[in-house]
Design a protein around this ligand. Structure first.
Ligand code: NAI
Length: 244
């Protein structure tokens, strides 16, 4: 399959869950992939499994130096950057009564600042290469309130806001910016839910099951590919009807 033939992609948080699935699918579709994560060992394992179409890079998305190094390493290995998936995220659900400044800052720094720094880090190299595609991962929790998600939900609302603005700003450079909004996806992140949050959470979505990482990867792939050439500033909910 060749839906991403000749493309070079950087994926953040790709050592686990959805990011790892995106890296595998992108490579299977012809892309060369920089598998990046703050957890270097996890990134290396995914890159090794993919083989010569992948490199592993340690990238803490909150760190501008790391971003420069990751973009440089990708260009050194594969010559360009066509696609960025800002997938890395943190989720530590607590109600406002248990949310202090440090917990708010953690979500803001990784989910929002990390996404912003990623777009900043690639935009010039993409522009100089003739354009590109950026896919930012928000959440259904970035569209309405859920129990215990004040810090997470607030950060994902912001991811939507900065992505839509960037889509407008970067359109003249032929860089498309779009969003995927996952629902409840079966990844290690779900283990962050304390029992009281699970008890307060709505039951299964209309699909009557959790989503899979492969179902998210397909949506990200579409927005990253030339099949989405006229899709800009869009939000694709992949949530089994949770947000319907
Ligand atoms: P996951 O926990 O399996 O993967 C998250 C990855 O991000 C991990 O590999 C982790 O090491 C990495 N990461 C954390 N902080 C980082 C940092 N500062 N720099 C670089 N990497 C960092 O979780 P999952 O589910 O695959 O999450 C992927 C994205 O999907 C996140 O943005 C998350 O908020 C979003 N999401 C997840 C949902 C779910 O139900 N699992 C629902 C909606 C959105």
């Amino acid at each position: 399959m060749t839906r991403l033939a000749n493309k070079v992609a950087i994926i953040t948080g790709a050592g686990s869950g959805q990011g790892a699935a995106e890296a595998r699918l992108f490579a299977a579709e012809g892309a060369r992939v920089a598998v990046t994560d703050v957890n270097e060992e996890a990134a290396r394992a995914v890159a090794q499994e993919i083989g010569e179409a992948a490199i592993a890079v340690r990238l803490d998305v909150t760190n501008e130096t790391d971003w420069r190094k990751a973009v440089d390493a990708t260009i050194a290995a594969f010559g360009k950057v066509d696609v960025l998936v800002n997938n890395a995220g943190v989720y530590k659900p607590r109600p406002i009564q248990q949310t202090d400044r440090a917990l708010l800052d953690l979500h803001y720094n990784v989910n929002v600042v990390g996404t912003f720094l990623g777009m900043q880090a690639v935009r010039e190299v993409m522009r100089d290469g003739g354009g590109g595609a950026i896919v930012n991962i928000a959440s259904g929790a970035g569209t309405k309130g859920f129990p215990g998600m004040i810090a997470y939900s607030g950060s994902k609302f912001m991811v939507r806001g900065i992505s839509r603005c960037a889509a407008i700003d970067l359109a003249p450079d032929k860089i498309r910016v779009n969003l995927v909004l996952p629902g409840i996806i079966d990844t290690p992140m779900l283990a962050e839910n304390p029992p009281e949050i699970l008890a307060a959470f709505p039951t299964l979505p209309p699909a009557q099951r959790l989503g899979t990482v492969d179902e998210i990867a397909e949506a990200v792939l579409f927005l990253a590919s030339d099949a989405a050439s006229y899709v800009m500033g869009a939000e694709l909910s992949v949530c089994g009807g949770l947000m319907a």
